[in-house]
Design a protein around this ligand. Structure first.
Ligand code: ZN
Length: 278
């Protein structure tokens, strides 16, 4: 069985240096292998992580880089011309990553319940990405993959698909609109793969492969296990963790090399959607 790998890069935004992305994805760019980039349309520059969050001590968490000294302002990715030109290349599919990635009333951005506000964020973000990249994003990634029930409904109305965390780990079922239950349970019972469709909306489950804080070796082991068993494996990477860390870059390149050599195929969200939807 050939496994499809959906590699997702999270958190690119107006403050991202295109050189950092080029460095981290160099082997894939050379081989024209698809990478899905979840772009924050209008990053909030004074983002703060919740109290006690393990990343609080990290200085290089880009959406939160100005956590202590950030200005109370938003930066549109439309101003990042080099990044836009890189992501308009044939390797990349741009996905929408929230709107500003900010916390609102102590919730993650898409954990709030105000449907009007959620819709406005989705549409403003979509517009910025369309103006910047020349086409509308088809897939949505909620910051921290965290949805309220209302936010999930808004996503289904505006996109062709999204990602959710491993259901058993974050009681996502609680937040899944009831209409999704039958397709979810049918897929869970009948299939081995962690994706499901409701009407034409595709939901991919991320099964713990979040490359974060240099945990590449653990992820490599988990990826090997998942690739043996499943047809689709989602891997979430964060470019900002590699900055100035050559050892980590080497481990990441080894990881990529092992994925390229195994019987896997990297795929864009749009191509996967076409394959699974037929
Ligand atoms: Zn994010």
């Amino acid at each position: 069985m050939r496994t499809y790998i959906v590699l997702r890069e999270d958190d690119a935004n107006a403050t991202t240096r295109s050189e950092d992305i080029e460095r981290v994805y160099e082997p894939l760019i050379k081989l024209k292998i698809p990478v899905n980039v979840a772009v924050i349309p209008s990053v909030y520059c004074a983002n703060k992580l919740p109290e006690g969050h393990p990343l609080l001590s990290k200085q290089k968490y880009y959406p939160y880089i100005q956590a202590s000294e950030g200005e109370d302002k938003y930066l549109s990715v439309n101003g990042a011309k080099k990044l836009i030109s890189l992501f308009n290349g044939e390797n990349f599919e741009v996905l929408q990553h929230g709107y500003s990635h900010e916390r609102i009333h102590n919730c993650f951005e898409f954990g709030i319940k105000d449907t009007q506000e959620l819709e406005s964020r989705v549409l403003k973000g979509k517009h910025i990405l369309e103006v910047s990249f020349g086409k509308k994003p088809r897939f949505f990634v909620a910051p921290h993959e965290y949805f309220s029930k209302e936010a999930f409904k808004v996503a289904t109305k505006n996109f062709a698909g999204t990602f959710v965390p491993l259901v058993s780990r974050r009681s996502f079922l609680h937040d899944l609109p009831v209409g999704f239950f039958p397709s979810y349970f049918i897929q869970k019972t009948m299939g081995k793969d962690f994706y499901f469709f409701k009407d034409n909306f595709m939901v991919l489950e991320t099964r713990g492969l979040y490359l974060l804080n240099g945990n590449i070796n653990d992820c490599m082991k988990l990826a090997q296990r998942l690739i043996q068993r499943f047809k689709i494996v989602v891997i979430v990477n964060h470019y900002w963790q590699y900055s100035l860390d050559e050892d980590l870059i080497k481990s990441w390149f080894n990881f990529l090399d092992s994925l390229i050599k195994c019987n896997c195929r990297f795929i864009s969200c749009t191509d996967l959607y076409e394959k699974l939807g037929t």
